[in-house]
Design a protein around this ligand. Structure first.
Ligand code: ADP
Length: 524
């Protein structure tokens, strides 16, 4: 509220002594006295200011008190004010009436008595103060109402903007309260889920759209959002209205109250079904290349046990023909060897079959990554031997099984080994003289992470290509040999296993690829 201004009191009397008397009595009040000795003087003095009340002498020469009062009250620019007339005595009945008509609220008779004057003036001053206070309150209220209207307009405006943003995004956006109940949803979201209208979402629990096997992942995302405020691009399967599945990337942000209390989650979903399909196709075509390479490798792999089998059988036949008494231990030993070779062929064939299966069937299980590496090596070892490449294997046997897909992991190792082989061949081609071609593949634990290293002493990567080799379709190999997607697919597989994938390389030393993977908490 503004500073209280001292109220103005107009006092008009053409008798100077009377005027002075009134001033003497009234100056003890906290008021501002405006004095005039005639009607016109009074009118000109109050022209630009408001007055709380007036004390007017009735009988004055020229304009009398009643006339002055009428003029004051008729001034539409000001409020009606209380007027107290000062008079010796009222002459006729009708003068009293005229005074009231002119706005009189009271009379003071001469000779003026100090106490009567003071108490009357005080009453009207008090009334005036109360009126001012009400007026002030009223103004304040009006200001508040205006501010509310302004805020509401702003709110409507920003709500409009927020809605436009919400619906303009090509990604599905929705808001969930802290219990996971949907409170707001963009148009695209309900298109993604194939629902008729938004009302099917509002008020529903989002876990209705999460398949049971993804529930844990979904809850983990929400928990992490609560702690870290933000989770980005988590791949998750969700369920459409027609019960079909879609694969999405889910990102969530925590919305907080002004006081920091968590209030809701904003979730963004991107339907990546299409992208996944393309990725699958890429993986498939990459596997076709691997399969082509593997076919020749397989021939070598199978050839060797086959040779040994035919040799064994040949031996046995020979023995049966030459020795009269059958030597049982000899027989058993030979048959066992043959049996082992046959099983080895069986294993190789099984393996190739599993490897060429559709990737979608590959679910995550617990697997021993050393075994996975051994399997990958067994698929190429004959081929590498023929190229005089020495593979040194150093596996840390204490590494516990991890969660993932053994075939996909094998694919990564096969990619790295094939790249290493190509790098060794390339160096051979360039240098024109022989050198020891070595690939070291090593697993070890470091800082509670599993490390897998594939190191070669091949041609290395030139510095101008280092930044590009991970890009899909970047290859330095002749067409038909390289697809350029081996590394990017490997990177994708390792990322899916929450691992990291990097490398060091230079043309004089060769190349080392390093994968790190988190150790699985089996108790989970
Ligand atoms: P591709 O093997 O089909 O070319 P990749 O994505 O597996 O596709 O590899 C991309 C490129 O990275 C290769 O063409 C090669 O230039 C380089 N590269 C990968 N591994 C090695 C390595 N061990 N030594 C040297 N260069 C490598």
């Amino acid at each position: 509220m503004g500073m209280a201004v001292r109220p103005n009191i107009l006092i008009v009397d053409d008798d100077d002594i009377n005027l002075q008397l009134l001033v003497t009595i009234l100056k003890i009040l906290d008021v501002n006295l405006i004095l005039a000795q005639s009607g016109p003087e009074a009118l000109s003095k109050i022209r630009d200011q408001g007055i709380a009340m007036a004390l007017l002498d009735i009988r004055m020469s020229g304009m009398d008190g009643m006339e002055l009062a009428t003029l004051i009250q008729n001034d539409k620019s000001r409020d009606i004010i209380p007027i107290i007339f000062i008079t010796g005595q009222l002459k006729v009945e009708n003068e009293l009436e005229r005074c009231y008509e002119a706005g009189a609220v009271d009379f003071i008779l001469k000779p003026i008595r100090k106490n009567i004057l003071l108490s009357k003036v005080k009453v009207f001053l008090e009334l005036y103060r109360q009126k001012q206070a009400i007026l002030e309150d009223h103004l304040e209220l009006e200001r508040t109402v205006n501010e509310l209207i302004r805020l509401n307009n702003l709110l409507v405006e920003s709500e409009k903007m927020y809605r436009t943003l919400l619906n303009a995004s090509p990604e599905g956006i929705f808001i969930m309260n802290m219990k996971g109940v949907i409170t707001e949803i963009s148009d695209i979201t309900h298109e993604i889920f194939g629902t008729e209208n938004k009302d099917e979402f509002i008020g529903a629990h989002f876990i209705n759209f999460v398949p049971p096997e993804e529930l844990k992942k979904f809850k983990d995302v929400l928990n992490k959002t609560q702690i870290e405020g933000l989770v980005q691009n988590v791949e998750i399967f969700l369920i459409r209205k027609n019960h079909s599945r879609l694969i999405c990337e889910l990102s969530t942000t925590l919305i907080q109250e002004a006081n920091g209390e968590p209030k809701a989650y904003m979730a963004i979903i991107r339907d990546i079904s299409q992208r996944k399909k393309i990725e699958q196709q890429l993986i498939r075509s990459e596997r076709m290349v691997s399969l082509g390479e593997m076919a020749s490798a397989m021939a070598h792999e199978i050839n060797q046990p086959l040779l040994s089998i035919s040799l064994g059988i040949d031996n046995l036949c020979h023995k049966i023909g030459t020795v009269s008494a059958l030597n049982e231990p000899y027989f058993r030993d030979k048959s066992e060897k043959i049996y082992q070779d046959v099983s080895r062929i069986g294993r190789i064939i099984d393996h190739v079959r599993a490897f060429s299966r559709d990737q979608e069937e590959f679910t995550s299980t617990c697997f021993d990554l050393n075994e996975s590496i051994t399997n990958a090596i067994s698929m190429i070892s004959e081929q590498f031997k023929n190229h005089h490449i020495n593979i040194i294997v150093k596996l840390d046997k204490t590494i516990q099984p991890i969660v993932g897909n053994t075939y996909r992991f094998e694919q990564v190792i096969l990619n790295l080994l094939t790249n290493a082989k190509d790098a060794l061949e390339e160096k051979m081609k360039r240098s024109k003289f022989d050198f020891d071609k070595v690939i070291v593949i090593r697993t070890y634990l470091n800082n509670q992470k599993i490390n897998i290293e594939v190191k070669d002493n091949g041609c290395g990567i030139e510095s101008d290509k280092i930044d590009r080799i991970m890009l899909p379709f970047f290859t330095t190999k002749e067409t038909g040999k390289g697809t350029g997607i081996g590394l990017s697919i490997s990177f994708g597989i390792i990322k899916e296993m929450n691992g990291t994938f990097d490398f060091e390389s230079n043309p004089s030393m060769g190349t080392t690829f390093r994968i790190t993977l988190p150790t699985s908490d089996i108790s989970e």
